[in-house]
Write a protein that binds this ligand. Structure first.
Ligand code: NDP
Length: 462
């Protein structure tokens, strides 16, 4: 990678600036970066909607106000001074000519493609035609295709214009500090690494639960489903961080290689070990087919074919309209080799648990066995817990860090093309299954068969 790749970007272009992602995540991120003196370059919004500069500023202010308790006017004005709009069609070459004109002084613009994947091709071609792809960086969002073949197609489209080191693929889980803390926990603590294998670990559970439904986007969701929406990307990223070997060095390339290497060892998921569910009432939502077989819940058993993990099942589940919203990894250790101290009557056994809470209120809980009070020599589980927010204060939002990194040309928190390919390879056997989804009640933990699959899920802290 040439050193120019690490020079800070000198312009940001947001394609799809009128959309949901920009309003929910990117304007607040740009505001935060401005506040931290990390952003003082032109920010150009592009969309078909006929917005002018003033409308752009108004919408930016509205979206920042929605997520910030108190907007700092001086900071916002600095951001507003950098904002400008280009309204145009993506199939029209003059859209890119106007953009190139506006960017004539920018040597390293970053292009955020916050647009539906169907228009990626036109935008990439349009940028290449005016010479902007040669000096710019492209940020692309999930979904990276719908399956292995379409993700390869998307890569070919990007590669036709952008050199590989100029492409930044966002899986925003990689930008979350809570998720990164898995990596720090694994490799900065001598205490646990010797135990991180099939000799000491019984099973690992990953739950990504949403306590809400499709939030008015049922029509879109019905074409996607839980496997494509979160299992293929966010959950498999978490599995990679939990299961990876130590990178060969502290370089970005070594980290990304270790991540891809463990995914290569993951066996394709099997339909027989997968339970797909759909919450009752989903088919009545606007935009959902009356006979929809789309899963709003999926639970599966994953195996990693490596000496470290042989025989250790990874149970994964995600769903909508579950009892609450939480993302958790529970590492269940094996029982003591000689159970000299019995479990107190009424408690659940002797296994130690490590619970990584990756969502709101993130932190770690370690469940240890302690002597139960009284005359009896018996043990009961007790929690040692840390809340990172309480311990460390404010942490950065994922999109703020990811934009900052892409502007620096830093790839650590972005997915490699191969990682995404491996993720599709792993989920491919369970995509679009014809077996009927099982119904579950809203507010439950999914179909009963999912409980049987793991032989005892640990309920997340909600
Ligand atoms: P939107 O559906 O809100 O679309 C973004 C903008 O793209 C729209 O405002 C519209 O702007 C333009 N657009 C829509 N359809 C077309 C079309 N057919 N041709 C050209 N332009 C079109 O998307 P989001 O903002 O939700 O998401 C953007 C990208 O990020 C997508 O790839 C999405 O999958 C991904 N993503 C989104 C997340 C989110 O939280 N929203 C989370 C993760 C990924 P206009 O009509 O003004 O041109």
């Amino acid at each position: 990678m040439g050193s120019a790749m690490h020079m800070r970007s000198d312009a940001v272009v947001l394609f799809g600036v009128t959309g949901d992602l920009v309003s929910k995540k990117l304007f607040p991120a740009l505001y935060e970066l401005t506040r931290r003196d990390r952003l003082d370059v032109p920010v150009i919004g592009v969309a078909r909607s006929p917005w002018d500069d003033q409308q752009l500023v108004t919408m930016a202010r509205k979206s920042v106000t929605e997520v910030t308790d108190e907007i700092d006017d001086e900071t916002f004005d600095r951001l507003a001074d950098n904002l400008s709009m280009i309204s145009g069609n993506y199939a029209d070459p003059t859209t890119y000519q106007r953009l190139a004109e506006r960017l004539r002084d920018a040597e390293r613009p970053v292009f955020y493609l916050a647009i539906p994947p169907a228009v990626f091709g036109s935008v990439v071609e349009g940028l290449a035609a005016v010479g902007l792809a040669d000096r710019g960086r492209a940020i692309v969002e999930k979904p990276f295709g719908r399956d292995l073949e379409s993700s390869r197609e998307l890569e070919r489209t990007l590669a036709s214009a952008f050199a590989s080191e100029r492409v930044f693929r966002i899986d925003h889980y990689l930008g979350k500090e809570a998720v990164e803390s898995l990596y720090a926990f694994r490799f900065a603590n001598r205490l646990f690494e010797p135990l991180w294998n099939n000799e000491h670990i019984d099973n690992i559970q990953v739950t990504l639960a949403e306590g809400f439904g499709t939030q008015g986007r049922a029509g879109f969701y019905d074409t996607v489903g839980a496997t494509r929406d979160v299992l293929q990307n966010h959950i498999l990223q978490v599995v990679a961080l939990i299961a990876m070997e130590a990178p060969a060095s502290e370089d970005t390339a070594a980290f990304r290689e270790a991540e891809a290497a463990v995914l290569r060892q993951v066996a394709p998921l099997s339909p027989e070990s997968t339970v797909r569910g759909q919450y009752a009432g989903y088919r009545d939502e606007p935009g959902v087919a009356a006979d929809s077989n789309t899963e709003t819940f999926v639970s599966t058993r994953l195996t990693v074919d490596s000496p470290r993990w042989a025989g250790v099942p990874f149970y994964l589940r995600t769903g909508k309209s579950l009892p609450g919203t939480a993302t958790e990894v529970v590492v269940e250790f094996k029982q003591p080799q000689r159970p000299l101290i019995p479990a107190e009557r009424g408690t659940v056994g002797l296994a130690n648990l490590l619970r990584f809470r990756l969502g709101r209120g993130d932190g770690i809980t370690m469940s240890i066995q302690a002597k139960s009070p009284g005359a009896e020599v018996a043990s009961r589980p007790v929690d040692l817990s840390v809340d990172f927010g309480a311990a460390f204060g404010r942490r950065q939002e994922a999109y703020e860090r990811l934009l900052d990194d892409a502007m620096d040309g830093q790839h650590l928190r972005f997915a490699r093309a191969e990682t995404i390919e491996q993720e599709w390879r792993i989920v491919e056997p369970i995509l679009d299954l014809s077996t009927a989804v099982q119904s579950y009640e809203k507010g439950s933990w999914g179909p009963a068969d999912a409980d049987a699959l793991a032989g005892g899920w640990h309920t997340p802290d909600l």
